[in-house]
Ligand binder design. Structure first.
Ligand SMILES: [Zn+2]
Length: 593
């Protein structure tokens, strides 16, 4: 138990999240952020490519009855205890993930709202409707105490359908979720117990959550989390070393970024072929990161020599041969000294030939010879030179078609195509986009010394749905532009990122207030009479009174939202605490005047 406590804290520290929260459900005033609406904005459907997202987590919409069947099969084949283990841990993981989402997405929310957000999410995910009786917490002391009612528990529905009313509670996965979510926020283990349950014949389920210390003996409770405990322990033991490692360069990190199936398949092939001497051909559109992959391949290889890159499209055709294979003095006018080409300089290492389709026929013959005989001849040279170079080639054109047109030697094509690796375009790696955004965001904020307050949901969603004709390089450029044009302390929005790029508006889906799937467009439109305000001040004064302008604008937003601060904050693109702070500040300034 003490282990688990320590581990959870370490787990939090690992994520670099220092949260000190104190408060209770009494501070909830009905206008808390994130609201259910805020949360539904995180859920979006991408019907065209078969994915559903909750922020950056891929979700599944499965039939409750199918889950019921899975649950019954688990119980029947593994026994009640083992099945309960698995389901509790599954729920625990979901709860932890959702806690991450809330912390990352609403870092400056009111503390009680952060806890309540989990109950909203649990409902949004269709699991259970949570009614809060009360809760209080003090994360500095690691203390939590709460009581809730669960209505319409999906797990009970399935349990009762399969086994009828029994003598023990059955909301295992839901209980695991509550433990995971609240422990994830508090930073130490909070145990929930289901003291009444529909599966026991009660009208609704009643759960009580308390810090492990407050419960006394919790051996029975953590029995169902034990494997998780062991797993966490194993990861934390490894973690300190990870934390002490030197931060790798952005390119280095970029190599490791990606969880999508398409990216994983490419990385897997790369790791397989790297330690061999095989020639590798990368195919894929521009900007997918072929050179990065090539240098990663070199890194994983046994080559001790250098990694040299050569872009066949960037060198004039008449210089191509001498650049690649070297030149002897007097070979042609201007060749006043002898010098080695890339092949010789890459000896013992890797030569990356990008856009190989642009290599002329003479160069192709020499390359074929280098690959077959492992020797080259300088331009104007008379004797062959032995080279030990691994060649990696890349192309964004279809070399087979170039062969058919007689522009590319067929024998060279087969020689290069020993181990082809296709690098997927970014639009086929959607799952990686949130990771890449996060990476570039932090990288460019540090590089340009900027500190925006994250990104708006509209901006994230637009990036997520954008087709990226220029692939990762384009995402990188957009993010750099977004960071540079962002305002201090303000989130990066759509207009910071996109200039002339085409963003089709039908690509943005969301769930509306009625729970229906629908288009959603930017919700942060300025309030109606902003322009009137501006023209009024610009027209009548020598200089614009920005403070008064802001004060009027914010007040109007609050009025339009009938005093609902969360709604007003959303309309002006601020978080609720930011808006509350600015209103307070502008009132103070007003009184001082
Ligand atoms: Zn229950």
């Amino acid at each position: 138990m003490t282990n688990l406590h320590r581990i959870s804290l370490a787990d939090m520290a690992k994520e670099n999240t220092k949260i000190l929260l104190k408060g209770s459900s009494r501070e909830l005033d009905g206008h808390n952020s994130p609201t259910v609406d805020d949360l539904t904005e995180c859920l979006f459907f991408s019907p065209g490519d078969g994915r559903i997202w909750l922020e950056d987590q891929r979700m599944l919409l499965i039939h409750s009855s199918s889950f019921g069947l899975l649950r019954r099969e688990l119980i029947d084949s593994l026994g009640l205890d083992k099945a309960r283990d698995i389901l509790t841990r599954t729920g625990y993981l979901s709860g932890m993930r959702d806690a991450d989402l809330i912390r990352n997405r609403w870092p400056d929310s009111d503390p009680p709202s952060i806890f309540t957000a989990g109950t909203h999410l649990h409902g949004l995910e269709g699991v259970v409707k949570v009614e809060t009786i009360h809760f209080e917490f003090d994360t500095e002391k690691g203390l939590y105490d709460g009581e809730f009612l669960w209505h319409h528990s999906s797990e009970d529905e399935e349990h009762i359908a399969a086994y009828g009313i029994g003598s023990s509670p059955a909301c295992w996965m839901e209980l695991g979720y509550a433990i995971g979510y609240v422990s994830g926020l508090v930073g130490s283990l909070v145990i929930f117990r289901e003291v009444e349950c529909q599966s026991m014949g009660h009208a609704v389920c009643r759960v009580i959550g308390k810090s492990a210390e407050l419960w006394g003996d919790i051996r029975e409770d953590i029995r169902f989390l034990n494997v998780t405990a062991n797993e966490i322990e194993n990861t934390t033991q490894a973690d300190p070393k990870l934390n002490e490692m030197e931060p790798s360069s952005p390119e280095e990190q970029l190599r490791m970024i990606g969880v999508s199936a398409a990216f994983t398949a490419a990385t897997h092939s790369l790791k397989k072929v790297a330690p061999t001497n095989a020639t590798v051909l990368f195919t894929g559109e521009s900007g997918v990161g072929k050179e990065l992959f090539a240098s990663m391949l070199h890194k994983f290889s046994r080559q001790t020599g250098p990694f040299l890159a050569f872009n066949c499209a960037a060198i004039p055709e008449n210089l191509m041969e001498s650049e690649l294979f070297g030149v002897e003095k007097g070979a042609f006018t201007g060749a006043t000294i002898s010098r080695p080409g890339r092949f010789e300089r890459a000896n013992g290492g890797t030569l990356f030939l990008d856009e190989i389709g642009n290599l002329n026929l003479a160069g192709q013959s020499k390359l074929l010879r280098a690959l077959q005989e492992r020797e080259i001849e300088r331009v104007g040279g008379i004797s062959p030179i032995k080279v030990n170079v691994r060649v990696i080639a890349a192309t964004n054109v279809d070399l087979r078609k170039a062969v058919e047109r007689g522009e590319f030697r067929e024998d060279l094509f087969f020689r290069l195509n020993v181990f082809p690796i296709h690098l997927p375009p970014l639009r086929e790696r959607k799952a990686d986009i949130p990771l890449l955004i996060n990476h570039f965001y932090h990288h460019f904020c540090a590089l340009h010394n900027k500190s925006p307050s994250g990104m708006t949901q509209t901006a994230r969603r637009a990036l997520f749905n954008y087709a990226f004709p220029g692939n990762i390089r384009e995402l990188q450029n957009l993010m750099e532009r977004g960071v540079i044009s962002s305002e201090e302390g303000e989130p990066i929005d759509l207009h910071h990122l996109f200039r002339n790029e085409f963003i089709p508006d039908e690509i943005i889906y969301s769930v509306n207030d009625q729970g229906n799937l629908s288009h959603s467009k930017t919700k942060t439109e300025p309030t109606s009479s902003l322009l009137e305000h501006i023209s009024q001040f610009v027209g009548t004064k020598d200089s614009i009174d920005i403070e008064m302008l802001e004060r009027n604008l914010l007040q109007e937003a609050v009025d339009n939202a009938q005093g609902n601060l969360s709604e007003a904050a959303r309309r002006v693109g601020l978080s609720r605490p930011q808006l509350a702070y600015r209103l307070k500040k502008s009132k103070q300034n007003n009184t001082e005047e």
